[in-house]
Design a protein around this ligand. Structure first.
Ligand code: 9PG
Length: 488
């Protein structure tokens, strides 16, 4: 039906499945497709929101090419919602917005799951859902107000959690997979006395992705590893990717029936990493949910009370059995199951996670691609989800509005100058991005830092500078003006 959404000094024609009703400073649009005829010209900018943690988010003019992952299609499958990608139009996941000539913003955002998409062209801002959705919020006004109102509605409907992780040391951005129990033990000893709350062991400890038991580099086992971390006064944290399995894992070989299948009944490749395609756990099967709960309960029983759960988007990929099921709902049922298995006290950080369906379940969610001790990777110029400090900052800053849903993790900060290709302004910007998002995390082993760097790290973890925002991209950090615009 045709309607009109009236705002204090703007009225826009809307085609929707039913009548609009007032909702706060905007309008509630009923479930179904929606098209909003906007009054802006091609000079307007569109806000694109990425589907999972690693997917690009940000503002692009309608005249510019759409913000998306170009190049290798395998990258899309892992780092965005490949099923809905198009190079031909500006579009993104769940929410989109157009900035008019006076800087005010027209926002259209989904109020629930259903794999909602929002796109725009020169004439229309439009929303669609793959499965039944929960309606839309349409608002016009100051950017911070309309995004703030939208996030508050999402928190109300999906849930929001406000538990802070504290200061985190993660093994990934220093040791990567080359980690073993002696190296970790030495690293933990060196961290004693520093203001770290959580020591989180990342990828590299497991027998295989899919087989969540210690490999031979952790001969004492994971309970002993957790005890060592706890004995030094830190909260033990562990990385798991419990919704995926590599083809070579025992689990994939022994239980192909518990993997998401393609139309021919073969395990479906749901992404690529570790030099291979990987499979996904079919959480529509009760045995798969039991397995998932076992994996999580075992980590908690071993003493890990901070879990970084990675590659979660694979739980929302459509397979043969889920052909007619709402895939974001399938994902949410699985992670709610994980939350129940872990218990309420365990801190859950989601990574590679679908953003909206993770609200209310996770305490924190990664909001960008992996950072790195280098700025950019020339070979991946058309892939804003490629690892690197620049891409991590560029994706994370446009997601500050998600804060009412969970803690926002923009990834680790480097204090080391050795073993890093970041120059000082670049390193400082990485630190500033983490400061404005309010997340304190590093991977630097103390042995890699000189005395001055250790003091800097301690000071930042103890008391990160006060921040004040005064624009989409501008903050005052410790009295310094910081503008992220040049990297977005
Ligand atoms: C461990 C790592 C770290 C890191 C995670 C995740 O788009 N991708 O193909 C892609 C692959 C790996 C990746 C991120 C994105 O890294 O983000 O912090 O835990 O796994 O293997």
């Amino acid at each position: 039906m045709h309607a009109e959404a009236r705002f204090p000094d703007l009225a826009v024609p809307v085609r929707a499945a039913g009548p609009l009703t007032r909702l706060g400073l905007g309008w509630l649009v009923p479930p179904g497709p929606v098209a909003v005829l906007h009054p802006f010209d091609e000079g307007a900018s569109f806000y694109r929101h990425g589907w999972n943690s690693w997917s690009p988010s940000g503002w692009r003019r309608l005249t510019e090419p759409p913000l998306r992952i170009g190049g290798d299609p395998a990258r899309l499958l892992t780092a965005d919602d490949a099923a809905n990608d198009t190079p031909l139009a500006h579009s993104g996941s769940a929410v989109g917005a157009l900035e008019g000539p006076d800087g005010r913003v027209l926002l259209l955002g989904a109020l629930g799951l259903g794999t909602p998409r929002v796109g725009a062209d020169r004439h229309v801002l439009h929303g669609t859902t793959e499965d039944a959705g929960d309606g839309w919020f349409l608002a016009w006004g100051r950017e911070d107000e309309v995004f703030g109102a939208y996030a508050a509605l999402l928190a109300e409907r999906l849930g929001g959690r406000d538990r802070r992780a504290g200061a985190v040391w993660s093994s990934w951005y220093s040791y990567y997979e080359d980690v073993d129990e002696d190296l970790l033990a030495r690293t933990v000893e060196d961290l004693r006395g520093h203001p770290i709350d959580v020591v989180q062991l990342d990828d590299g400890w497991e027998a295989a992705v899919g087989d969540w038991t210690a490999n031979d580099r952790f001969p004492s086992g994971m309970a002993a590893t957790a005890s060592r971390i706890a004995a030094a006064g830190f909260r033990p944290g562990l990385w798991l990717a419990p919704l995926i399995a590599l083809p070579r894992s025992r689990f994939a070989r022994d239980h192909p029936e518990l993997l998401v299948q393609d139309d021919d009944g073969r395990p479906l490749v749901t992404g690529t990493n570790w030099g291979t395609g990987y499979f996904a756990l079919d959480t529509t099967r009760p045995e798969a949910l039991d397995h998932l709960a076992d994996v999580v309960r075992r980590a908690v029983a071993d003493g890990f009370t901070y879990l970084k759960l990675d590659f979660l988007y694979a739980g929302a990929v459509r397979g043969r059995r889920s052909r007619d099921l709402p895939r974001e709902r399938v994902y949410r049922d699985a992670v709610e199951h994980v939350r129940r298995a872990a218990g309420d006290d365990v801190h859950l950080l989601g990574c590679g996670a679908p953003m909206l369906p993770s609200a209310g379940v996770f305490d924190g969610v990664r909001v960008g691609p992996d950072t790195a001790a280098f700025w950019d990777n020339g070979e991946r110029r058309d892939d804003p989800s490629g690892s690197g400090a620049r891409n991590a900052i560029a994706a994370s800053i446009p997601r500050t509005w998600l804060r009412p849903l969970y803690e926002l993790d923009p990834d680790a900060v480097y204090f080391r100058r050795r073993r890093s290709l970041l120059d000082e302004p670049q390193r400082q910007l990485v630190e500033d991005a983490a400061t404005v998002l309010g997340f304190r995390q590093t991977s630097d082993p103390m042995a890699w830092l000189d005395a001055g760097e250790r003091d800097e790290l301690d000071a930042w973890l103890r008391a990160p500078p006060a921040v004040e925002r005064f624009g989409r991209t501008r903050w005052r950090v410790d009295g310094r003006e910081v503008d992220f615009a040049p990297v977005l």
